[in-house]
Design a protein around this ligand. Structure first.
Ligand code: NDP
Length: 254
């Protein structure tokens, strides 16, 4: 017997963009497993919010930058799916978790480079590969990139390069997973007011004003601008949307 509701797995669902994705998927009637890295209390609060929406939510700890931990995570996930959702498989995977080391090309260290490579490229690559056998036919994957792959802003060279790699990977995944009827798309948010980079986009008034001035709709983005688009991509209405990069930036740097 399997769960009647579709199930999504969202990495980094405890805060920011990932949290809004989780809540919008729950509003669409999906049950959710999401991961957090360090903030268990925030994750527990998100579980409460999912339950208030009438869905089931499970928070699991996962360091997406530690590929060696994925086999253990998958065992934990399988046990949670079985015991709490009566399921062995799931439908959608959202690769969202991440952080940024802000530094210009000349100064970024090798350690910072590797940390971002692990969380933004190696982690999503191998997590998706290892989870693939559990993704149902007619399911999907949404990768999270950034507007910074289209326009160059000083301080994000390595970060944007890894996000660009995820956009290329999205195309290859869509091509190879089409035979399983799994769709793969990538969203590219513009600057969004979250905790990332110490909350700079939200809390640095000068930066916020500048970013708003570079955006056709005249403000920076909020987490609430993002989740509904991902929920659409994880719905039947988007059944013919595949291998697309969808920028969600209010028209930034046009
Ligand atoms: P936040 O800092 O608000 O949230 C980050 C989330 O990722 C948290 O849930 C956090 O878990 C989790 N996380 C961080 N590091 C790891 C890790 N090593 N392993 C597992 N989980 C981790 O960030 P945003 O919501 O802003 O960012 C989400 C995604 O969106 C990222 O991929 C980011 O690059 C991308 N993005 C963000 C933009 C922005 O302007 N905010 C613009 C474009 C893309 P915990 O709560 O436990 O720490």
């Amino acid at each position: 017997m399997s769960s009647q509701n579709k199930i999504a797995i969202v990495t980094g669902g405890s805060r920011g963009i990932g949290k809004d994705i989780v809540l919008n998927l729950a509003k669409n009637g999906l049950d959710i497993v999401f991961t957090y890295n360090s903030q268990k209390e925030a994750a527990d609060e998100v579980v409460n919010q999912i339950e208030q929406l009438g869905q089931r939510g499970i928070a699991l700890k996962l360091d997406v930058s530690d590929a060696a931990s994925f086999d253990g995570f998958i065992k934990t996930l399988a046990a949670a799916l079985q015991s709490q959702l009566n399921a062995h498989r799931f439908d959608f995977l959202i690769n969202n978790a991440g952080f940024i080391h802000y530094a210009e090309f000349e100064t970024l260290t090798e350690e910072q480079f590797t940390e971002m490579e692990n969380v933004h490229l190696k982690g999503p690559f191998f997590l998706t590969q290892k989870l693939l056998p559990q993704i149902n036919r007619f399911g999907g994957i949404v990768n999270v990139s950034s507007g910074l792959t289209r326009f160059a802003t000083p301080g994000f060279a390595a970060y944007a390069a890894f996000k660009g790699a995820m956009e290329t990977l999205t195309k290859y995944q869509a091509q190879e997973l089409g035979k399983r009827n799994i769709r793969v798309n990538v969203i590219a948010p513009g600057a969004i007011e979250t905790d990332i980079m110490g909350g700079a986009v939200r809390d640095n008034v000068e930066m916020n004003k500048y970013l708003a001035s570079q955006t056709a709709l005249g403000r920076v983005g909020l987490p609430e601008d993002i989740g509904g688009v991902v929920a659409f991509l994880c719905s039947d209405a988007a059944g013919w949307v595949n291998a697309q990069r969808i920028e969600i930036s209010g028209g930034s740097n046009l």
